[in-house]
Design a protein around this ligand. Structure first.
Ligand SMILES: [Zn+2]
Length: 322
């Protein structure tokens, strides 16, 4: 805007009535937020490469929806810094920082939809995309002292239209065994955490899942259940074996599973707000909590946005809302 017009625009503010002023204020706020989001979404020119052919040779190719586009010199295709990431082709970017704060605060899909004034299906899609990388980027190998403990969640077919069994009354007790799903959490003293859902909690399954993700020299700490004893034997780990029923919950001040039990209780407390989580999405919630835990309470919505736009092998897939 040329200087003279801008001066007129500013002096015109004196003539606004309170309603008009509020509208202006809202518009300015929305603009500032939009610019902030867009600045967070751009990837530095020298760090950006073509998602189609990986070439870094490119020319700027105009802007679309506030995001810089590029044309690849090698394959001639166009892209932007979100192409090939979970955030590609999503709309209403100006709301994303607000939505990321909802995720930081562990707000439910419906509440986040209301707070950002979007449909709940949009809220659901965004949550899935924003947290997609948390699910696929797994923590590095756990090492040193690794604490392990399993916990059980009631199986839930929440959101499934065709229930395979008679609907349970709200708050009803689940039967034992098949109606529960086992979640194993392992956490080392550097706070690297892995979680895994087990249909059957057996030593061979543990070996299959844990040995690639726990350093071979680690000290594996757990209670003395036979399944753990078998697992450490079969996988050649040193075992810090506790006997909780006999009150042996710490050995030489070093071997204990207090960090992992603490993680369990924080996880349960956090999950409580969702009033039951569909089993098919339980891993999403586990990785969501893991991401929040990684930054403790200091995670900024911007950080969540940055992590979400890491290129991956994201494929759009049909989702159902729970
Ligand atoms: Zn290319």
């Amino acid at each position: 805007m040329e200087t003279k017009r801008f001066r007129n625009f500013i002096s015109g503010m004196n003539e606004l009535n309170s309603h008009q002023f509020r509208l202006l204020e809202e518009n300015v706020k929305a603009h500032v937020l939009k610019n902030k989001v867009e600045a967070n979404l751009e990837t530095r020119y020298d760090k950006l490469f073509c998602p189609h052919c990986k070439s870094s040779e490119k020319v700027r190719w105009g802007k679309r929806q506030g995001i810089q586009r590029y044309k690849c010199k090698a394959c001639k295709k166009t892209y932007n810094s979100l192409s090939g990431t979970p955030l590609a082709r999503l709309r209403k970017k100006e709301l994303w920082l607000e939505y990321a704060s909802c995720l930081v605060n562990g707000v439910s899909i419906r509440k986040a939809a209301a707070l950002c004034s979007v449909h709940k299906s949009t809220s659901f899609r965004w949550r899935h995309r924003f947290l997609y990388n948390a699910k696929t980027i797994l923590p590095k190998v756990l090492n040193g002292i690794v604490e392990a403990e399993e916990t059980y969640f009631q199986k839930s077919e929440k959101g499934n239209k065709n229930l395979n069994r008679k609907a349970r009354k709200r708050g009803g007790q689940a039967g034992r065994g098949k109606e529960k799903v086992c979640v194993l959490i392992c956490r080392d003293r550097y706070k690297n955490t892995m979680d895994k859902i087990f249909e059957t909690f057996r030593s061979d399954k543990l070996k299959q899942e844990l040995t690639p993700r726990i350093d071979k020299d680690a000290l594996f700490c757990s209670d003395g259940k036979p399944v753990y004893k078998r697992f450490v034997k079969e996988s050649n780990y040193r075992h810090g074996c506790l006997n909780l029923s006999k009150g042996l919950d710490v050995i030489k001040e070093i071997v204990h599973i207090r960090n992992v039990t603490n993680y369990h209780s924080r996880l349960r407390q956090w999950l409580h707000r969702f009033h039951g989580v569909a089993t098919k999405y339980l891993d999403n919630y586990l990785s969501w909590f893991r991401e929040l835990d990684e930054f403790s309470t200091e995670i900024e919505p911007e950080v969540l946005l940055h992590r979400a736009k890491v290129p991956g092998k994201y494929k759009t897939q049909p989702l159902t809302i729970t």
